[in-house]
Write a protein that binds this ligand. Structure first.
Ligand code: NAP
Ligand code: GDD
Length: 353
């Protein structure tokens, strides 16, 4: 049975990837951070909490990552853990650098000694392009320049290049996905798509009367997260490691997302919109659109769920969740979730299972 280690298994992508790999017959290990109330709701939502093996790991501690590798001895490592919210990275630039950037070398360096034949995936991002100076609307490829414009993107730039260095310098199968924005009902509430979806659902059910947003003109290439985790896996199934853009090839503004979400439930968005200047970032990428032809050709991957379907499925799911809450039912994924002995590793031993 093949074994995979997913860092950041409690996040949107980590949870979907775990589900996908379990479906492929993998034994799935995942790291989570030890906090007083661990955050396993996504694993419960997908009904895989008891099917994955969880390892408490600190992304700023070399020995902790070493431990995760010794316990799992993986064939594939998916390094997804990160401080992933661009806006927060302006308030926490130093720790974002440590968690999102330096953790990458910590894992690769440990892999070099413990499991050099494991394949490594790094969660690169379209934020890398930043001030690329490329004409608005051009679809970005693997060959376009990176000129990051947030502390988050700078940290990811380090991760991207150190991944290439371990590939070229040490022969590790180390690959970068350059993923454009991807969303789902499991998205964190702080990201604009889920924020809009939940705000629209609350208005629809009479629980709120406004949607507060920042920059409406930013354009993003938004895809559907469950499809993007399949792309990660495909990238590691190639004969040679490489870097791939994963995107839909379309771009839409935040305003369009809002308008589509409101239209779906029969509202005019202008009746509910409030702009808060505090939500504007010191720097914000005006537009992103990706060209996925390389991954399509090499791995046979292409996006299926496009913009309108994505908006609608997110809004529908939020309405369903708020209806459940209003009717006094608890979410099925709100069951007690503290690590139990079933399927969960809580010990810190460093010598395998
Ligand atoms: P996410 O939902 O924010 O998940 C991030 C994961 O990292 C969570 O498991 C989180 O743990 C963990 N994490 C955060 N801070 C940590 C810390 N200090 N120590 C240990 N773990 C920590 O992000 P996502 O959307 O799944 O994205 C997965 C990866 O892809 C990230 O690296 C992100 O930067 C990258 N990416 C995402 C997109 C996108 O559009 N979603 C696009 C390109 C690249 P908690 O659950 O405890 O918070
Ligand atoms: N979060 C948020 N909240 N964003 C807002 C808001 C708001 O109220 N109003 C407008 N926006 C704009 C942001 O300024 C940004 O231009 C756009 O909506 C998207 O913001 P986010 O959803 O926070 O995502 P992101 O594009 O900054 O970053 C996401 O995608 C990257 C890939 O391009 C994250 O998932 C990153 O981790 C990922 O690398």
């Amino acid at each position: 049975m093949r074994k995979a280690l997913i860092t950041g298994i409690t996040g949107q992508d980590g949870a979907y990837l775990a589900k996908f790999l379990l479906g492929k017959g993998y034994e799935v290990y995942g790291t989570y951070r030890r906090i007083s109330s661990p955050n396993f709701w996504r694993l419960q939502y997908l009904d895989i909490f008891h099917k994955v093996k969880l390892i408490p790991t600190d992304m700023t501690d070399q020995s902790s990552m070493q431990n995760a590798l010794y316990i799992s001895l993986p064939d594939e490592v998916y390094h997804l853990a990160a401080q992933s919210f661009v806006e927060s990275s302006f308030q926490t630039p130093h720790s974002t650098g440590e968690i999102t950037g330096l953790s990458v070398v910590a894992i690769l360096e440990n892999m070099k000694h413990i499991k050099p034949d494991a394949k490594f995936y790094f969660a690169g991002t379209s934020e890398l392009y930043g001030f690329s100076g490329i004409p608005k609307g051009k679809a970005l490829t693997e060959n376009d320049a990176f000129k990051p414009m947030s502390p988050y993107a700078v940290a990811k730039l380090y991760g991207y290049w150190i991944t290439r260095i371990y590939r070229d310098g040490y022969g590790i199968f180390a690959a970068n996905g350059i993923l454009f924005n991807h969303e789902s009902p499991l998205r964190g509430l702080e990201f604009v798509t889920r924020k809009i979806a939940t705000s629209v659902a609350k208005i629809k059910l009479g629980l709120s009367d406004k949607i507060v947003l920042g920059n409406l003109e930013a354009q993003r290439d938004w895809g559907y997260a469950p499809e993007y985790v399949e792309a990660m896996w495909k990238i590691l199934q190639q004969d040679m490691p490489d870097d791939y853009v994963v995107a839909t090839g379309e771009t839409h503004s935040v305003r369009e997302f809002l308008e589509s979400a409101c239209n779906h439930v029969g509202f005019d968005y202008e009746d509910y919109l409030a702009i808060d200047k505090e939500l504007m970032r010191p720097l914000d990428l005006p537009s992103l659109r990706g060209d996925y032809s390389k991954i399509q050709e090499a791995c046979g991957w292409s996006p299926k769920v496009k913009f309108k379907e994505l908006v609608e499925l997110m809004v529908d799911e939020e309405i369903e969740r708020w209806r459940m809450l209003l009717s006094g039912r608890t979410f099925p994924w709100d069951a007690p979730n503290y690590p139990s002995e079933r399927g969960v590793i809580v010990r810190n031993g460093g010598n395998g299972r």
